[in-house]
Design a protein around this ligand. Structure first.
Ligand code: NAD
Length: 503
């Protein structure tokens, strides 16, 4: 018999015994029930002597597990409990995660930065404060039909356990937003986090589960593999309790998830191009570009990564960028930075096709890049930029640094063509600054990206300064778009045949 079936049967037996009034059904049923005292967060209890002692046999506590299979099984048990406790428990989980993300933003932002050493503290904190913008339980509404033949209800029901992979670029924010989305839809989740951002992720998981347990009696609604590896990724993907995958990361993990044979929602890489024409407001465009490209030192997958500027406004745009605090590099400074920020395959002489990003520069402060370029920056500089050719490594590679290459183009057609090349068919994000509706339409059609932002910074695409809602997982290659609770549901139809109309 499979482990999942065993768990299922154990639950059914427990339920039946409970109805018969025997003590075996001591699992908490009421939302407010707290069946056991909650230890302090210092007690990780993730194995060995500190194992959980309340009878389920899992060697992990409050979501933090050493073993992938146990993390999956514990999440499955919690899913069954969530089913019993209904929508009220889902709402409680959403409220807890949103409240705790905001309350702990400063501390969690700090520990994430300390662990990953990429990005900016102010933005790490902000990314947690805005978890409240992630859609939750209210997103799940059934569709109903009624007619001469009866009534039909299409309901968005959970899968069960979702296996999720999170990136190093926003570990706790992605995990938090994923929990809100996934649990709002009635699922549990198990995380295989990025190894270089796993400690902070486990801290957040433990804090969330402690509070959720206290309020709902469910202990492991979001579990995490404390020391993730390729093996734990494979074990999580293969586990029979895991019904759907959600991966947020670069090309490697997207490919790996698609090869598992399980359905995968893939939030993959991007390299968002920006096109600026001569109808745009240069001041506004410059400010928006700086705001977006400097956010968290350009770690956002939606962040502006290269700019194609119509040649008759390129100088004006660059002047406005300088006026608004960005610093322009000379060609020799650009050359020095390029040599440091990329590694080139031997014998290729720096050709862009053979360049790869030097990880030591990803998400680093502008001052680090400036040092490599051989200049000192005025305090408070958020972004560097330089004029480059269209085939420069900074254009071609998803570089994730607070530096923007600016490329002159002769026409809208050239701007679109070069944007298409730079985007590499990821269909992730593209941006235009223009007041020419035809140019917008032409670029929107040609690029066909999941997010297409006009006259704003990239964040406007996620509800920050633009209309819409937030998620840190934007499913690009698999097409689900900005993820939300419905992304993690199955559609089930419930039909009653009869003359039931009352009008
Ligand atoms: P990454 O690809 O290095 O890692 C992402 C996750 O995948 C990590 O947990 C990592 O351990 C795992 N992973 C990587 N290769 C794997 C493989 N072959 N098998 C199994 N697991 C694997 O990415 P990162 O540096 O942490 O994050 C940046 C990347 O993620 C960028 O490409 C960025 O565009 C993308 N991203 C996309 C979104 C989105 O919503 N589309 C959001 C955030 C980041």
């Amino acid at each position: 018999m499979s482990a999942v079936n065993e768990t299922l049967i154990r639950d059914i037996v427990s339920e039946v015994l409970g109805r018969l009034g025997t003590p075996a059904a001591s699992k908490p049923a009421a939302i407010a029930a707290a069946p056991a005292p909650v230890p302090t967060s210092g007690n990780c209890g993730c194995g060995g002597a500190s194992s959980r002692a309340n009878g389920s046999g899992f060697r992990g506590r409050f979501g933090v597990f050493q073993d992938a299979a146990e993390a999956c099984l514990a999440a499955h048990e919690s899913f069954l409990q969530l089913q019993q406790k209904g929508v009220a428990a889902r709402r409680k989980i959403e409220e807890i995660v949103k409240t705790l993300a905001e309350k702990n933003a400063a501390e969690w932002g700090r520990i994430e930065l300390e662990e990953t050493k990429i990005g900016r503290l102010d933005h790490k904190i902000e990314k947690l404060q805005i978890i409240k913008l992630v859609p939750g339980v209210d997103w799940i509404r059934p569709d109903a039909r009624s007619g001469d033949h009866g009534i039909t209800l299409e309901e968005y029901t959970p899968f069960g356990v979702i296996g999720a992979v999170t990136p190093s670029t926003h570990s706790i924010p992605t995990l938090s937003g994923n929990i809100v989305n996934i649990c709002a839809a009635g699922n549990a989740v198990v995380f295989n986090p990025h190894p270089s951002a796993a400690r902070c992720a486990a801290t957040a998981v433990r804090v969330y589960n402690e509070a959720i347990y206290r309020e709902t009696g469910i202990e492991n609604i979001a579990t995490i593999i404390e020391k993730p590896s390729m093996e734990s990724f494979a074990a999580m993907c293969q586990h029979e309790a895991v019904r759907l995958l959600l991966v947020t990361g670069g090309p490697g993990v997207v490919k790996a998830a698609m090869q598992t044979g399980k359905r995968a929602v893939c939030a993959g890489p991007g390299n968002p191009p920006v096109y600026v024409d001569d109808t745009a407001c240069m001041k506004r465009a410059a400010r928006a570009i700086i705001q977006g490209a400097s956010y968290d030192n350009n770690l956002l997958c939606i962040g502006e990564k290269e700019v194609f500027a119509l040649e008759n406004i390129a100088d004006k745009l660059m002047s406005e960028m300088e006026r608004n605090g960005a610093v322009k590099l000379t060609s020799s400074q650009l050359e020095a930075l390029t040599k440091a920020a990329f590694t080139f395959k031997e014998g290729q002489g720096g050709g862009c096709a053979h360049a790869s990003v030097n990880k030591d520069f990803i998400g680093k402060d502008p001052s680090v890049l400036a040092q490599a370029a051989g200049i000192a920056l005025p305090p408070g500089t958020q972004l560097l930029f330089a004029e480059t050719g269209a085939d420069h490594p900074f254009v071609e590679e998803e570089q994730m640094m607070p530096f923007l290459p600016i490329v002159r183009v002769k026409s809208l057609e050239e701007g679109i063509r070069r944007s298409l090349d730079a985007e590499h068919g990821y269909k992730h994000t593209s941006i235009i600054h223009s007041h020419d509706v035809e140019a917008m339409t032409a670029m929107g059609r040609a690029l066909d990206t999941t997010l297409f932002i006009k006259n704003g910074p990239c964040m406007a695409g996620l509800g920050l300064g633009g209309e819409g809602y937030l998620s840190f997982s934007i499913a690009t290659p698999t097409g689900e778009g900005v993820s939300n609770p419905r992304t993690f549901t199955r559609v089930r139809r419930c039909v009653m045949v009869d003359n039931l109309r009352i009008y």
